[in-house]
Design a protein around this ligand. Sequence first.
Ligand code: GDP
Ligand code: MG
Length: 750
Amino acid sequence: MSDQSASDRSTIVVALAGNPNAGKTSLFNKLTGLRAHVGNYPGVTVEQKWGHLEYQGRSIKVVDLPGAYSLNSYSLDERVARDFIINERPDLVVNVVDSTNLERNLYLTLQFLELGLPTIVALNMMDVAVARGLNIDLTRLESGLNVRAVPLVATSGQGLDELLSCILEVADRPDKDWRPLEISYGADIDATLGQIQAQVAASTLPVDRMPARWLAVKYLEGDPAVEQLVTAEAPELLEPLAPVRTKLRVHLRATEDDELDGAMTDRRYGFLSGLRRVAVTQTRRDTREISDTIDRVLLNRLVSPIFFLVVIYGLYQFTFWASAPLTGWLENFFEFLSETVSGAMSDGLLKDLLREGIIGGVGGVLGFAPLIAFMFAGISILEDSGYMARVAFILDRIFRAFGLHGNSVVGLIVGGGIAGGCAIPGVMAARTLRDPKERIATILVTPFMTCGAKLPVFLMLVGAFFPDHQALVMMGLTLFAWALALVSARLLRTFLLPGASAPFVLELPPYRLPTLTGILLHAWERTWSYVKKAGTVIVAVTIVIWMMMNFPRLPEEEQAVFDDRLTVVENQLEQATDEAAKASLEAARSAISLEGDSAALRHSLAGRLGSGLTPLSELIGFDWRANIALVGGFAAKEVVLSTLGTAYAMSPEAAPAADDESGDEAGGSEEDALILSLGARLAAESAWSPLAAVSLMVFVLVYAPCFATVAVIRKEIGNRWAIFSMVANTVYAYLICLVIYQGGHWLGLG
Ligand code: GDP
Ligand code: MG
């Protein structure tokens, strides 16, 4: 990623930092004019954006730090921000703060100032502050923090020039040493702090990179990264320091009934509260902030759940309604492409590979893109407006019981918590989670939801085996998915990802009208990152699965049998004159060709795998055909239905519904027809029972996520968890189905 180097002094390196929603992205875009480069911070999957600009003949490089509330090291984003500052030593930090909420925003500022690096506070949202009658006394603020502050409206660019000249001024300051701000933590803590600071300063710790005062503060707070640093680089310090800290802890518990780190946080807020009192005045008393008024209604016990459901329902409606035309357009385009290839090439393997493997694969990847774009546009509206923070707030208590976080709900709902979502944006939505373990757990259980691709399978089976209770069974499945996700999260958090939850910071940012550019940009960034990174993997895997389902080919003599039968029928067809005979011959022709496809599928690697697995799968009610379909479902869950169709030699054309005069056109989409015909066929098959159908539905719900999702999981939390989700989910699905199927038999439900 970074090509900036501290030695290259002609370019000024500016790190952009701030709380989420403070306006960092808006400022970044104004500064760099949308020409952003995107990469990753070294060693982690956190995205780094940077851009260049010229100002008064100087070259400035702007690096966007992850949004953060503090610089503690227990959340990934904050650790990344902190490591970047310490290791890369940017020339200065421009800390974007929301002027309407100074006290909370300046907490992060304090952290930069304690670290000592040159900082400029960009007092953003000045337009809103002014509208609310807030009056910020710049001189007092600057002298209170010993820092430069520049008023700004990032969305309009007002104040940008002043900010840029301030950047040059600070960067060119002759003495550019880091000068940490020393705030008082009260007599008790200050005394110990001084003692530790002195020992640290005299030690072998890298105090040239991290001020001794800061190291001492962080050590007292029990910061894990600093703890590690001391253990690794100055172990001789541990013996004298640890008892000093323990003594202070005990003392604080006794005198103030408070933990040390909590007391230090309180002190910082106390400092800021004092600062606000002298630096901020409200000229016009707007009796109650609008946000408070809105919250009085929206956070009301009775209203909040209803409003929440309405909003989420709206998000879905919006997403599917808005993306449908584009999705349809893409579908048509790929169909057209596939037909063009068909027309231009002679029959054969290469053509099939191009059509079904490559065009199908690319089409599959891009097919999700409009959905992701609109889903994230919607989520971005909810986030930017401030409502998402309220959702987390409402649900945090429930989710906490399962080891998750209020914010986890977004991913779960988007992933199909209301039937019809998609796990890919669901997994990506977990980015808002600050605690890495909560984030991993959320990501891992998101694929258990009833995503849109699983729905056709469920609809087919429910229609065939539970015709009188369709809605009830579908609802049962959805509830089962939720219960499973929550219970699994609890299991993960207990056994694989133990640890306390990150403290829930009760952040209720003010409501704000989102801007169009912000929404478009968020949607674009996430969609593009999906298409780029997931695309390659998904296409490759689609091709592999396609090969598995097509190789090895039927032996020639077997293929010849079908070919001969086809030729016979085709000859008859040519001679046939009356319509009725023609129709029945055509039906016979497609039946033979389907029989051939079915035999070929059985002969293929996937077919053999399916047959090979029957001893295991019989125990949960699946025959070899279902097994192949499930193997195909690894590529994409949509494939389950179409593969079952091929395995049972059923096709959309063979649908009973298409028998009548009106022909194919009236029967709805091909998928609807397949659902009908395949359902009827399975219901008539003696090997299939309602119990087996339930087992299959549960298996499809739980087993390995589709490859697109696995690719995204890999991108978000790494290889290990991606593989885990494939293997563990499949084993998990098997065990659950074993209980359902065998238990059902035992109860006499088979
Ligand atoms: P980030 O999370 O820090 O990157 O914040 P964004 O740049 O995405 O901004 C969050 C929201 O605040 C968006 O809807 C912006 O349009 C809006 N916003 C940002 N800066 C200003 C500003 O100076 N004035 C006003 N009124 N809105 C702003
Ligand atoms: Mg942003």
